[in-house]
Structure formats: structure tokens, C-alpha cells
Design a protein. Structure first.
Length: 263
């Protein structure tokens, strides 16, 4: 595992956007061989999306031959709903870059057949040869995508009932009204995430410090699903000082010394 510890969320966003741009450019994608990027929603990646837009505007990266798969979508919210992840992604990224609509994949939370929707999503990912780089955030309870505590670490794309803590955390997007937050979502699984060739998990703020501690220093378990990243050959956690505040000093020193040598 690689751990990047930055001063604040802005530095994290800049590093992540720069790395994604670097990976896309070094891949040299074409129409026949696109770069496949897995994307999250929520507040954590917003800064990275803004930085990616800037890089695109400054002609530092192109999304012409990039295919995206989003991690999740609420059940029961139509794409045009301001709280749907369809709306979120177009407002905060897709409307501002040169990505083709046919290359954008987001789970359909309005489907009448959840099983078929999830199975077809997995098939679509495989059609492109898998995800090259999966970006994600982490919840205060350690969940990644909507793989809530006690999710199987080999799970695939499916419907999940959201934990009370997740509903409470996400109520900030619903006028702080818990009753307005959907209680279910379609989500890629932990197994789907681990299939990606690279995985980057972002974490910022003190409220993510326990999740970061568990992810890096804890045991692999299905209570803190982010700990599954320990099994990935190319897993990266990018966090700020606040999110890293519960790590042992020796752990921080170790990872910082490695990055200092890389530079």
C-alpha cells in the first residue's frame, strides 16, 4: 500500500488530479483502447474534479478516449433529481470536459430489475477489459462506495440497504432531513473495486481519521470495508494531516520518508 499524506484537502485534490492526468496520458488511450476510470460522488472528490477540469482547460489532459464507470447511485432518484449521482457527476465534472456521453456509465436507480441492472454493469466493465484506475472516498464508518459495514469483501455490483450512519452523513445533501435520504442504493462491490488495476481512496478531515487508521493499521475485516484495500497490489490512500491524525507516528514517518525518496 502507498500512503500519501498532504497538508490539507486542497493539496490532496491537486495530487489526485495530477496523478489521474498522468495515468491517462501515459496510457495513451485510443478509441479502440480507452482508459477506463472508476469514479465516486460525494463531497470528498469535488476538489479533485475541479482540478481535473482545470487541467483539461489548460490542455494538460484529454478525456476524448476515457470511459467512466461510477461507483453507485441511489435507488428511486431519477437522473434529473438534483441529489442523484447522475446529476452530481454532470454538474461537477462531465459537463466541463470533453468526454463522450456514450463513454459515461452510471447505474440506473430507477430500474425495475435491480439484479439485471447490476449484472449488466459488471458485464460492461469486463467488456472494456476492467477498470484501469478506480478513485473512491471513504465513509466515517469505513465504507467504500456503498459497501456498508459487514459487506462481503468479495461482493459484486448489487443493491444495498444503507447504514443509519451513512444516511445521517448524507442528509447534509438533503436539507439535513434524514427522512429525504434514500435508504437503498445500487453499488459496485468490494470485489469489483479490487479488480481494478489501481485503486485510490481519498480521505480528508478529522472525521475520517478512524477510517484511515483502520484502513492502514487495522486488520482486514468486513466491518471496516476499506481495509480490503490492504489486499490490493496497487492501492493508494491519499489523506490530509487531519485524516492521518490517528496513525502511529512511526507509520506517518515511514510513508513520508518513502515519498520524500520518490521525489
Amino acid at each position: 500500500m502507498r500512503v500519501i499524506i498532504k497538508d490539507d484537502s486542497a493539496d490532496c485534490a491537486s495530487w489526485v488530479a495530477g496523478y489521474i492526468a498522468y495515468r491517462i496520458k501515459s496510457f495513451k488511450p485510443t478509441a479502440k483502447k480507452p482508459f477506463v476510470l472508476g469514479l465516486p460522488s460525494g463531497s470528498t472528490p469535488l476538489g479533485a474534479y475541479k482540478e481535473l477540469i482545470k487541467l483539461y482547460q489548460n490542455k494538460k489532459v484529454s478525456f476524448e478516449h476515457v470511459v467512466t464507470f461510477n461507483m453507485d447511485e441511489y435507488v428511486g432518484l431519477p437522473p434529473q433529481d438534483k441529489n442523484s449521482y447522475h446529476h452530481f457527476m454532470y454538474e461537477n465534472l462531465f459537463n466541463h470536459i470533453n468526454i463522450s456521453p456514450k463513454n459515461i456509465h452510471i447505474l440506473n436507480g430507477m430500474t425495475k430489475d435491480f439484479a439485471a441492472e447490476c449484472e449488466n454493469y459488471e458485464k460492461a466493465i469486463k467488456t472494456y477489459g476492467g477498470i484501469d484506475l478506480q478513485l473512491g472516498g471513504v465513509g466515517t464508518d469505513g465504507h467504500i462506495a456503498f459497501n456498508e459495514p459487514f459487506s462481503s469483501l468479495t461482493s459484486r455490483t448489487r443493491i444495498k440497504t444503507l447504514a443509519p450512519s451513512t444516511i445521517k452523513d448524507n442528509s447534509r445533501f438533503f436539507d439535513n432531513d434524514i427522512s429525504k435520504v434514500p435508504t437503498q442504493a445500487l453499488t459496485i462491490g468490494i470485489g469489483t473495486i479490487l479488480d481494478a488495476k489501481e485503486v485510490i481512496i481519498m480521505a480528508t478531515g478529522k472525521n475520517k481519521s478512524e477510517a484511515v487508521h483502520q484502513a492502514i493499521e487495522g486488520n482486514i475485516n468486513h466491518v471496516w470495508t476499506v481495509t480490503a484495500l490492504q489486499m490490493h497490489q496497487h492501492g493508494i490512500i491519499v489523506c490530509d494531516k487531519d485524516a492521518a491524525s490517528k496513525l502511529a507516528p512511526t507509520t506517518v514517518e515511514y510513508f513520508k520518508s518513502i515519498e520524500d525518496r520518490v521525489r
